[in-house]
Write a protein that binds this ligand. Structure first.
Ligand code: 3EB
Length: 342
């Protein structure tokens, strides 16, 4: 279907004025000093504690592989206000709200209970401010693969999240990422919510995560494969962390190049689904423009192989950030999330 196809095209984007709706860009420089016009929030990658600055700078305690990563900036249109409410950094504009929280983990914490509590508080905040529609959530915590069977931390997290969501399915679940970070890092959750309903996209190549069978844990993961948000000109797709899974089965064990290709085929399928759902086209041969990718890699030594596999799918110099993280299934070596215009 896909051999030699160019999946992503990236552009030099910082020269353009920010687009309406919700868009994401990597900062052109790494200084990250000044807040840009219509900047809803920015992610800053890395462990150094002095990195955090400003109510709309959301620190992710995860290290880039190789060189330092530029900030990832989320733009909107219209005025933005940012504040802090207890542990929560909150930033909002007319249409979107983003919340970020970092929670230090004490030994012996009941992780399911903690996840339920934090998610309930997040959902409460989105509802009381009248942004009831979840768009995108990022979840990071250490020890994601620690524990056997249903005691594994990822499964405890999934169970706790499912309690807070209380039976939400399909249309109501946000796109998401859940990645294991290094020991000593906090539970870090960032949530984007919208005033209006957004369109959720599932992947016909994959079982919907909220329908995963029992073998993957007592509760199914509460996320959708992608979300499409409107922009003044066209649509943007925000794709969940996407791995080498077909149906509900992990594929290409021990082969990072094949896992990369399979993940990209899954992203390709999501983009096609989103285009069908919105009856849209960006007029380019390539499937995604203004693409922005994050690739989480379990073993940094495999990055070179992953980059080589990636090259077949990319043109130009892509906006890709490589991060050292653990994927929620032990056999998965990498996971790719992406956003861009369709
Ligand atoms: C998968 O497809 C891979 O639990 O929030 C990807 C994205 C994955 C999000 C989550 C898990 C989550 O099942 C794992």
């Amino acid at each position: 279907m896909f051999a030699g196809a160019q999946l992503f095209r990236t552009m030099v984007v910082m020269a353009k004025s920010p687009v309406s709706g919700l868009s994401v860009r990597l900062a052109a420089d790494k200084s990250g000093a000044s807040r840009l016009c219509n900047e809803l929030f920015r992610f800053r990658f890395g462990m150094r504690p002095e990195l955090g600055a400003g109510d709309n700078v959301f620190q992710l305690h995860i290290n880039p592989i190789g060189r330092p990563a530029p900030d990832e900036i989320w733009f909107t249109d219209g005025p933005v206000s940012s504040e802090r409410v207890g542990d929560y950094a909150i930033t909002q504009c007319a249409d979107y709200l983003a919340i970020h929280v970092e929670i230090d983990l004490e030994p012996g914490t009941d992780f399911k209970e903690l996840t339920t509590r934090v998610y309930r508080e997040l959902l409460q905040l989105t509802r009381e401010r009248d942004y009831p529609n979840l768009v995108r959530v990022w979840n990071y915590f250490p020890g994601i693969n620690v524990g056997a069977g249903d005691h594994e931390l990822y499964r405890q997290f999934t169970a706790g999240r499912a309690v807070a969501f209380g039976g939400f399915e399909g249309e109501l679940l946000p796109a998401a990422t859940a990645i294991g970070t290094d020991e000593g890092t906090p539970l870090t959750i960032t949530m984007i919510a919208a005033r209006h309903q957004c369109r959720m996209i599932e992947n016909p190549r994959q079982t919907s995560a909220y329908k995963y069978p029992r073998q993957f844990g007592p509760s199914s993961p509460s996320f959708s494969r992608a979300v499409v948000v409107a922009a003044e000109s066209g649509y943007r797709i925000l794709m969940s962390g996407t791995a080498s899974i077909i149906g509900h089965q992990s594929m290409h064990l021990d082969d990072p190049a094949q896992q990369t290709a399979e993940s990209l085929r899954n992203l390709d399928q999501l983009i096609q689904q989103a285009r069908r759902a919105t009856r849209t086209s960006n007029g380019a041969d390539e499937i995604l423009t203004d693409g922005c990718l994050r690739i989480y890699v379990r073993q940094p030594a495999q990055v070179t192989e992953i980059k080589t596999a990636l090259r077949d799918f990319l043109v130009d110099d892509p906006n890709v950030v490589f991060l050292r993280g653990d994927i929620c299934r032990r056999e998965l070596l990498l996971e790719i999330e992406a956003a861009g215009s369709i």
